[in-house]
Ligand binder design. Structure first.
Ligand SMILES: [Zn+2]
Length: 159
């Protein structure tokens, strides 16, 4: 499936987020690996379309349910292992002591590359590092504001 991936200004923290726009289906995913904001717009496909092999996606959308799932970010953790594996977790609720304890267990494990792993909280417009060290490029901005077409279902407006 074709998509355009570009960096955009995060609507929540204003740092650089990633937008993945699927132009064939007019679906979009925006994720901020800094504050944890995420936005997901997709169609819950009508089952019949799988059998019809509908080529006209505009027609297919008529019956499909549009889902918009927008989640506020409260921070993220990035966990890197010594063999180079990276996990990013976006928090969509306030980070509690339980979350911190869970992360600590992972952070202090043998396999973790501690110098490149961290847990950062985002609340009231401020980042606060709880554990670890942020990478140098953490506070990076994007030149691109989110295109309005990405946040509105285009196919609907044109009719
Ligand atoms: Zn953000």
């Amino acid at each position: 499936m074709g998509s355009i991936i570009e960096d955009v200004t995060c609507p929540k923290c204003s740092l650089m987020a990633i937008a993945d726009y699927y132009y064939r289906t007019d679906e979009v995913i925006i994720k901020c690996p800094r504050c944890g904001y995420n936005y997901n717009r997709y169609f819950k496909w009508n089952r019949d379309h799988f059998f019809n092999c509908a080529s006209e996606i505009e027609d297919a959308h008529e019956d499909d349910e549009l889902i918009i799932d927008e989640q506020e970010g409260f921070g993220v953790y990035v966990l890197r292992t010594k063999d180079g594996y990276k996990t990013t977790n976006l928090y969509n609720c306030r980070i509690t002591n339980k979350h911190i304890d869970e992360f600590k267990k992972l952070y202090f494990s043998e396999e973790t590359d501690q110098e490149r792993s961290y847990l950062v909280r985002y609340e009231e417009g401020e980042f606060k590092v709880i554990i670890g060290t942020l990478p140098e490029d953490f506070f990076t901005y994007s030149e691109n504001t989110i295109q309005p077409y990405i946040l509105r279902p285009l196919w609907k407006l044109e009719r």
